[in-house]
Design a protein around this ligand. Structure first.
Ligand code: S3P
Length: 429
């Protein structure tokens, strides 16, 4: 475990930055390139540990994936180009790799075993294993298939109509990937809209999909064709700089080329509702995913309630939103966010514990947290607990702490943003 002394000792954040490529889109670009026929070029791919795990798994599945300068090139040979791996598929820390890949493996005629790190071994897989079994998949793992290691013997799949018990883009995407290989039409019904990158990507790779309100359907036996994917900057990474600019004095940060897919922009809605000084400019020439520039300045903030359908649109931003709320006047209530308990860590406990350590007034609840602001944060020793988003949130918190902060396990940020601390340092004045 590595320890970082965060003693930025600066008062404002100013400048322009392009954050790295979107994690969700980078994973999907590799997977869709791998199951399509022909060449796929991925530009602005995120070279973070999670997406590198996806590349390594699909290489083990026999797909030729190479890096040319900053681009990834995938030579897909269609579904049948995937071959039985000679060793276990290691997903590292990546839930997206695990759940989406299971949807692909379920229909491939070979045996494979999926493992990951200690965090992955605690994350529930029944949410994909149970519906995949309904489709005919032969899949098992620890505790009846709920945890890794998971073993799969691929088999022919039958389509299903499935109402998601939780609003999860990973589960939806897994079942769409299985549905593309099944006989007949698969329909997924969502309780609330979640990120729709998989739906967009199916269309981008020449597939067919029908979307009616909260019902998404794909026909089986579809063959996809390789293409070029321009990955927008990750709004979930941009969020750390947006919040830093809002809570620090005399600050203004301009974030260029950020993905602005409406299923991901809950953080912008929250900043606006809290009274932040924020402006958005959409790029006119963006490709199949909307992209734009976000500018955030020092803000006077007030507490709000964050709940309901907004939650899936900002699920990964809740740790940094909790920090934002410590700097808002009044009470912020986060509800309906029980999914936070099954992320890379239990993020309700992790956020409440680590931010309290720095002097925040924050109470964990069954499905979220209550934060009372505005509080002055002092210094202390905190830990990412191995969770990249907790590590980056604490890095931003240290900027407004009165004394020095020691951050344990800081290298966890490599999962989604390997140069996070360097990029942050470069903007501090
Ligand atoms: C993701 C979906 C979300 C999110 C995760 C990435 C994706 O998870 O938290 O970081 O790429 O589909 P759930 O779908 O499980 O909520």
């Amino acid at each position: 475990m590595e320890v970082k002394q965060l003693n930025f000792n600066r008062h404002s954040i100013q400048g322009t930055i392009k954050v790295p490529g979107d994690k969700s889109i980078s994973h999907r670009a590799i997977m869709f390139g791998a199951i399509s026929s022909g060449k796929t070029i991925v530009r602005n791919f995120l070279f973070g540990a999670d997406c590198l795990s996806t590349i390594s798994c699909f290489r083990k599945l026999g797909v030729n994936i190479i890096q040319e300068d900053n681009e990834i090139v995938i030579y897909g040979e269609g579904w049948s180009g995937l071959k039985e791996p000679a060793s276990v598929l290691d997903v590292g820390n990546s839930g997206t790799t695990t759940r989406l890949m299971l949807g692909i493996l379920a229909g491939r005629p070979f045996h494979s075993v999926v493992i990951g790190d200690d965090s992955i071994a605690k994350r529930p897989m029944n949410r994909v294993v149970l519906p995949l079994r309904q489709m005919g998949a032969k899949i098992n793992g620890r505790e009846n298939g709920n945890y890794t290691p998971i073993a799969i013997q691929g088999s022919p799949l039958t389509s299903i109509t499935y109402e998601l018990p939780v609003a999860s883009a990973q589960v939806k995407s897994c079942l769409l990937l299985a549905g593309l290989q099944a006989n007949g039409e698969t329909t997924i019904i969502e309780p609330a809209a979640t990120r729709d990158h998989t739906e967009k990507m199916i269309q981008h790779f020449g597939g067919e999909i029908s979307i009616r309100n909260n019902q998404i359907s794909v026909q089986g036996n579809q063959q996809l064709t390789g293409t070029v994917v321009d990955v927008p900057g990750d709004i979930s990474s941009a969020a750390f700089f947006m919040v830093a600019a809002a809570i620090m004095e005399n600050s203004e940060v301009k974030l260029e080329n950020v993905g602005l897919n409406p299923t991901r922009t809950g953080i912008i809605d929250v900043l606006i509702k809290m009274g932040a000084d924020i402006s958005i400019e959409m790029n006119k020439d963006a490709s199949y995913e909307p992209v734009g520039t976000i500018t955030v300045r020092t803000s006077i903030l007030k507490g709000i309630e964050i709940s309901g359908d907004l939650i899936p649109r900002l699920i990964d931003e809740l740790p940094i939103i909790a920090l934002l709320a410590t700097q808002a006047e009044g009470t912020t209530i986060i509800k309906n966010a029980e999914e936070l308990k099954v992320k890379e860590t239990n993020r309700i406990d992790a956020v409440a514990r680590e931010l309290s350590q720095l002097g925040a007034n924050i109470v964990p609840t069954e499905d979220g947290m209550i934060i009372i602001g505005k509080t002055t944060l002092h210094g202390g020793t905190v830990s990412s607990l191995g969770d990249h988003r907790i590590g980056m949130m604490l890095g931003v918190a240290s900027l407004i702490c009165k004394e020095k902060v020691i951050l344990e396990d800081y290298e966890a940020v490599e999962v989604s943003y390997p140069n996070f601390f360097e990029d942050l340092q470069a903007l501090l004045k």
